[in-house]
Design a protein around this ligand. Structure first.
Ligand code: DSN
Length: 426
């Protein structure tokens, strides 16, 4: 068959971009060659609606085994009794949990989007904000950390049916035990969305959401370093206090309700090629070297946060416990937006994203902040001394933001540094 050069040239260009640039988007990573091979495998050809051993199609005897392997490894990795590895993404996993736990119009609680929360935790443009009634908790203006006292007050007033612990841009660890106390008092179920720190939690480097949270959702491609996808876990199955009416009658155990909410509730055929790649990634994350990787991710993040602080940038909450940091540009460069920094750094082959900071005075399209994360550069092998060099380079660009010569000089330095750490060398 004739090669589709248009598409494969673009894929090659994307590979070159990844090879030559410094990847600092906190939610991105470099999956291993085995994970890529599984994602690009013949498993993509198979329809397998249903679950292992109970499918709607014939010929599922092999994909049943890969999906069961992914489930078993996921459970081992997180110490969970139950897992569903079919969600196509973290947002899909959340949509399924909401379908299982809420009825249209029900109140649930999540972190305010502008304080680091995620779109699928109640943004007005997402189904979570359209079908349900979100109320938000926030970070404290003084500390930049979650204000659990205020959270409790809001929860007791609003009586949400579900509370969400988790964020897209929050640099600190979570007090899941405290949130469970609040959820119990308010009569809510507690969901931990660990999409960002999942790899660090799997490596036992951050607080464990189990046994405190009733349900966990995650993506598999961020710190967990797997293929792009999602997953739902439970420490222990339990009776769904509200049940779910299906054609077969009332389903009460949460595992059955969640399975049904994923398929057929919100998805059709599972992506068995991605599920095979999830199994590979979970196997990699179970190895001792993954824990060393997680430790280095955190050391690199701390080194970068320290370097930004010493250059006079305001790092929100004063630092980081995990893999990311949020820089509030206003203290050092009040007139420069996050958007401008993002666009300019791309020209220097440094990839970050603009991000709102708590109590931001600008819109999400402009922002006063940038979000920076270390999972991808750490996979390449960069250590503290290298990421601190990148902070110097970022500062050089921002300090003279319209100077093309500076951008070109920095780009050359970034490319030279990345050449020392080839992709897939690990
Ligand atoms: N888009 C992801 C992130 O960057 O955090 C969350 O879904």
């Amino acid at each position: 068959m004739k090669k589709d050069h248009k598409v494969f040239d673009l894929i090659d260009q994307e590979l070159q971009r990844q090879l030559h640039g410094a990847e600092l988007i906190a939610s991105e990573n470099f999956a291993s060659e085995q994970v890529l091979a599984a994602t690009g495998s013949v498993m993509t050809n198979k329809y397998a609606e249903g679950y292992p051993g109970r499918r709607y199609y014939g010929g599922c005897q092999i994909v049943d085994q890969t999906e069961q392997l992914a489930i078993d490894r996921a459970k081992e990795l997180f110490g969970a009794e139950w897992a569903n590895v079919q969600p196509h993404s973290g947002a899909q996993a959340n949509a399924a949990v909401f379908l299982a736990c809420l009825r249209a119009g029900d109140t649930f609680m999540g972190l305010d989007l502008s304080h680091g929360g995620h779109l699928s935790h109640g943004a007005p443009v997402n189904l979570s904000g359209i079908l349900y009634r979100p109320v938000a908790y926030m970070v404290s203006e003084d500390t930049g950390t979650i204000d659990y006292e205020q959270m409790e007050k809001i929860a007791m007033k609003e009586k949400p049916r579900l509370m969400v612990a988790g964020a897209s841009a929050y640099p600190r660890d979570w007090d899941y035990a405290r949130m469970r106390e609040i959820a119990d008092k308010a009569g809510a179920l507690l969901l931990a969305d660990i999409a960002h720190p999942a790899g660090l939690i799997a490596a036992k480097l951050l607080n464990a959401p189990l046994p405190h949270c009733h349900i966990i959702t995650t993506t598999t491609h961020k710190t967990l370093r797997g293929p792009r996808g999602g997953m739902i876990l439970m420490g222990k199955d339990f009776e769904n206090p509200w049940g779910l009416t299906t054609p077969k009658g009332k389903v009460r155990m949460m595992s059955a309700v969640l399975d049904s909410a994923v398929f057929p509730g919100t998805q059709g055929g599972p992506l068995e090629h991605v599920i095979a790649a999830k199994a590979v990634a979970f196997g990699e994350a179970l190895s001792p070297t993954f824990r060393e990787y997680g430790k280095q991710v955190m050391k690199n993040a701390q080194a970068m946060a320290g370097a930004f602080t010493s250059k006079g940038y305001h790092v929100t909450s004063g630092g980081t416990d995990n893999h990311l940091m949020l820089i509030d540009l206003r203290s050092k460069f009040p007139d420069i937006t996050g958007k401008k920094v993002e666009n300019t750094l791309v020209l220097a082959d440094i990839t970050i994203n603009k991000n709102m900071v708590p109590f931001d005075s600008r819109s999400p399209f402009q922002t006063s902040g940038i979000r920076i994360g270390t999972p991808a550069v750490t996979t390449r092998g960069l250590k503290e001394e290298h990421v601190v060099q990148i902070v110097d380079l970022i500062d050089e660009v921002i300090s003279d933001i319209d100077n093309e010569h500076v951008i070109a000089r920095v780009r050359a330095k970034v490319n030279a540094l990345m050449k020392e750490f080839p992709l897939f060398a690990w």
